[in-house]
Design a protein. Structure first.
Lengths: 547, 84
C-alpha cells in the first residue's frame, strides 16, 4: 500500500488508528499491539500477499535465533558459528533477491553463462527489514538486548510506517516504546503533530517531487550526447526529485508513527545545506549513516586502531597525518563502508562508483580537517563567514551531484556521458532566444554561438519536444532549490513538539514559521491535504522502494 | 578509583585525542557540542581509553553513551568487574 493512495489515507489509516486506540482503551495494550501487527501485515500484503510469508519466515527465523543468542544462563556459551550462520542466512536472502539474477544476467550478456535465468521480483522493503533484524542479532550477540517480548519484536520489525523504506530503526529506541503503556493512550497532540508532519511529507512527494519527475528522467533515459544545458537541468531536477521524494517519504513515516504514539528517528535534516561531505552524511538518510557507522565503520576502524595500538603505533590525530596512518586509519574503513553502502543500493558498477566516490570525498574531507582543524564556529555573523559558508555549501552540493549522476544512471557509461554533457563536451544546447540572423552582428562571438547551436541541433531533435518545457521545468527546479537550500525544515518548525528522535539539536526558526495547534494551522494543513489528494494514485512508487 | 578521578583522566585523554588542549570537559559534554569530535575521533578515544584503563569496550556499547558522564560510568563499571 502506498502512503499517497486513496485506500491508505481514507480506509486503512482511519480504521487502523481508531481501532488501535479503542482497543488499547477497552482491551489493553496487548490487543492494540496485535491489531497493529495484523494491520502491518495487511499493509505489506496489499502489494503481493505471497511475500507476507517471506516476511513472517524472516521474523520467525531471526526471533528464534535471538532467543538462542540471549540465553538466560550465563553458563551456556553461545556458539559463534550460530551467530555467523544467522547473519549469513539473512545476507543470502538479500543476495538471492537483490543480486543473484542481476549478476547472472550480466554474465549471460557477456557470454560466460549459457542459460538465461530470467529475473526475480524484488520483495518490497526486503533490505530494510533484513537490516533491522541483522542489527538486532548483533546486539543480542553483544549482550545488549533487554527486551525480548515476541509481540514487541514483531511490531518493531513490521510497524507499517517504517516497514518498506525506513527510517532504519534500532530496537533500543523502539521496543521500549511499544512496551510502554502510555503509548496506547490517545493524545490529541499526537494526532495534530503527526498529521501535520504526514501532510508536509505528502506535499513534498506528490506536489514537489512528482512535478519534476518526468523532466528528471529525460536525460537519464537517453543520455548519449546530451548537451550542456539539458544535462544540467536533468541532473539538477533529479537531485531535487530524490531529496523531496525520499525525505517526503520519511516525513510521512515519522508522522504516521506519532499518530500511533511512537516516535521514530529523524532521517533528513536539510542535507543540501551541508557545508562538508561529513556534514552531508550526518543530514542525509541519517538512519542509514548511523546503521553503517555502527555495523561496518566502527568495527573496522576499531579493529585497525587496536592492531596499531598493539604494534606500538599511535592512534591519534597526529598519527593520521602520516601517509601510512591516514591510509590505514581513515581511507581503509571509509572505503570499505562506502563500498558496501554503494552496493547496498543495487547490483551494478555505477553503485560501486557512487560508493567509492563518496569514500574519496570523505577521505579528502578528513585530510582537510587534519591539515586545517575546524575553528570553533563564531556566533557573530560577518560577510566573510557568509561567503565561506556559501562556497563550502556549493562545493559540497556539486560533489554530491556528481555522485548522484552515478546513483541514478543505468550504467557507468550513461553516467559518463551525462557528466561529459555537464562539462560542455556535447555542445551548449541553448535554445536560442533570438532569430539566428541577429547573431551574425556579433562577429566571431556570434559565430561561436551559432556553431555550438547548430552542432547540437541534430542531437537536440530528441529533446525538441522538451525545449519548450525547459524554461518551465528549470523554473520549478530553481523553486525546489530555494526550498531545499533556503528554508527551515519541517522539524525545525515543529521543534517545540520534538516529533522525531534525534541526538542533534535543531535550530529553532522564526516565530511565524513555528507550528502551533491553532485554527489557521488546522485550516492550512486541511487545505494542503485536500490539494494533495487531487494528485493521488498518479505515480506508482517512491524512488527508495527499489532498494 | 572514584568517578571524579576517572573523569579527570578521561578528560585528559579526550583533550589529547582531539588535540584541543583548552577543552573543558564536564559529565554533560556530548560529541555533538565539541567541534572535531567525529566518528574518527570517537574510535581513537575508545582505543585510548581501553589502553589507559586496561579494559575492553564493545562496539555497540559505544553508541549507547549519551555523554561523557555515561562514558565515565561505563569505565567505572568495567573497572569494578576487572577487580572482582
Amino acid at each position: 500500500m502506498l502512503f499517497n493512495s486513496t485506500v491508505f489515507l481514507f480506509w486503512f489509516l482511519p480504521i487502523a488508528c481508531v481501532s488501535y486506540y479503542v482497543l488499547g482503551h477497552l482491551a489493553g495494550s496487548s490487543s492494540a499491539k496485535m491489531l497493529l501487527c495484523v494491520a502491518s501485515f495487511v499493509f505489506y500484503g496489499w502489494w503481493n500477499p505471497w511475500f507476507v510469508l517471506l516476511l513472517v519466515g524472516s521474523i520467525a527465523f531471526n526471533y528464534t535465533l535471538s532467543l538462542y543468542l540471549t540465553g538466560d544462563d550465563d553458563a551456556k556459551p553461545v556458539e559463534p558459528w550460530l551467530f555467523a550462520a544467522g547473519i549469513a542466512a539473512n545476507l543470502l536472502l538479500l543476495i538471492y533477491y537483490k543480486y543473484l539474477f542481476h549478476v547472472l544476467e550480466l554474465l549471460h550478456a557477456l557470454g560466460w553463462v549459457r542459460v538465461d535465468y530470467g529475473s526475480v521480483i524484488l520483495p518490497i522493503g526486503i533490505s530494510f527489514f533484513t537490516f533491522t533484524q541483522i542489527g538486532y542479532l548483533v546486539d543480542c550477540r553483544q549482550g545488549l538486548v533487554r527486551e525480548r517480548n515476541l509481540l514487541d519484536y514483531v511490531l518493531f520489525v513490521t510497524f507499517f510506517p517504517h516497514l518498506i523504506a525506513g527510517p532504519i530503526l534500532h530496537h533500543r529506541e523502539i521496543m521500549p516504546q511499544f512496551a510502554n503503556e502510555a503509548t496506547y493512550r490517545f493524545r490529541a497532540e499526537n494526532l495534530a503533530v503527526g498529521l501535520t508532519l504526514f501532510c508536509a511529507g505528502l506535499i513534498k512527494k506528490v506536489l514537489l517531487a512528482d512535478s519534476i519527475a518526468g523532466w528528471a528522467e529525460a536525460g537519464f533515459v537517453n543520455p548519449s550526447g546530451v548537451p550542456f544545458i539539458n544535462a544540467w537541468s536533468t541532473v539538477l531536477a533529479y537531485s531535487m526529485q530524490l531529496y523531496f521524494d525520499f525525505s517526503g517519504y520519511s516525513d510521512m513515516a515519522i508522522g504516521l508513527g506519532i499518530m500511533f504514539g511512537v516516535k521514530l528517528p529523524l532521517n533528513f535534516n536539510s542535507p543540501y545545506k551541508s557545508t562538508s561531505i561529513i556534514d552531508f552524511w550526518q543530514r542525509w538518510h541519517m538512519t542509514l549513516t548511523r546503521y553503517l557507522t555502527l555495523l561496518l565503520y566502527n568495527p573496522t576502524a576499531l579493529w585497525i586502531a587496536r592492531i596499531r595500538q598493539a604494534r606500538g603505533y599511535a592512534v591519534n590525530r597526529q598519527a593520521a597525518s602520516t601517509p601510512g596512518g591516514f591510509a590505514t586509519m581513515i581511507v581503509v574503513p571509509t572505503a570499505f563502508t562506502m563500498f558496501l553502502a554503494g552496493i547496498w543500493h543495487g547490483a551494478g558498477f555505477q553503485f560501486i562508483v557512487y560508493g567509492l566516490l563518496h569514500a574519496a570525498y570523505l577521505s579528502l574531507n578528513h585530510a582537510w580537517r587534519i591539515i586545517r582543524p575546524p575553528s570553533p564556529a563564531s556566533e557573530k555573523f560577518s560577510r566573510a563567514t557568509a561567503i565561506s559558508i556559501s562556497w563550502r555549501m556549493l562545493l559540497t552540493y556539486n560533489a554530491v551531484l556528481v555522485a548522484q549522476v552515478y546513483f541514478r544512471a543505468n550504467s557507468t557509461a550513461d553516467a559518463g556521458s551525462l557528466l561529459a554533457g555537464m562539462i560542455g563536451l556535447h555542445g551548449a544546447g541553448f535554445p536560442l532566444p533570438v532569430p539566428l540572423g541577429t547573431l551574425q552582428v556579433l562577429g566571431p562571438v556570434g559565430n561561436f554561438l551559432l556553431d555550438s547551436h547548430t552542432a547540437t541541433v541534430g542531437l537536440r531533435s530528441a529533446y525538441n519536444d522538451l525545449t519548450r518545457p525547459l524554461f518551465m521545468n528549470s523554473l520549478v527546479t530553481v523553486g525546489l532549490g530555494v526550498i531545499a537550500f533556503g528554508t527551515p525544515n519541517v522539524y525545525q518548525m515543529l521543534n517545540k513538539w520534538s516529533p522525531a528522535l534525534s541526538k542533534i539539536k535543531l535550530q529553532a526558526t522564526t516565530r511565524w514559521l513555528t507550528w502551533e495547534p491553532s485554527w489557521p494551522s488546522a485550516i492550512a494543513v486541511g487545505m494542503l491535504l485536500s490539494i494533495a489528494t487531487l494528485f493521488f494514485d498518479r505515480t506508482g512508487r517512491f524512488l527508495y522502494f527499489q532498494f | 578509583m572514584d568517578d571524579q578521578a576517572i573523569l579527570t583522566q578521561v578528560s585528559a585523554i579526550l583533550r589529547e585525542v582531539l588535540d584541543l588542549p583548552d577543552l573543558t570537559v564536564t559529565p554533560s559534554t556530548t560529541a555533538e557540542n565539541v567541534e572535531g569530535w567525529d566518528s574518527f575521533a570517537h574510535i581513537n578515544l575508545v582505543v585510548a581509553i581501553e589502553t589507559h584503563f586496561g579494559i575492553k569496550i564493545h562496539t555497540a556499547e559505544i553508541e549507547e553513551l549519551k555523554n561523557v558522564g555515561e562514558l565515565v560510568q561505563l569505565v567505572a563499571e568495567k573497572l569494578k568487574h576487572k577487580k572482582g
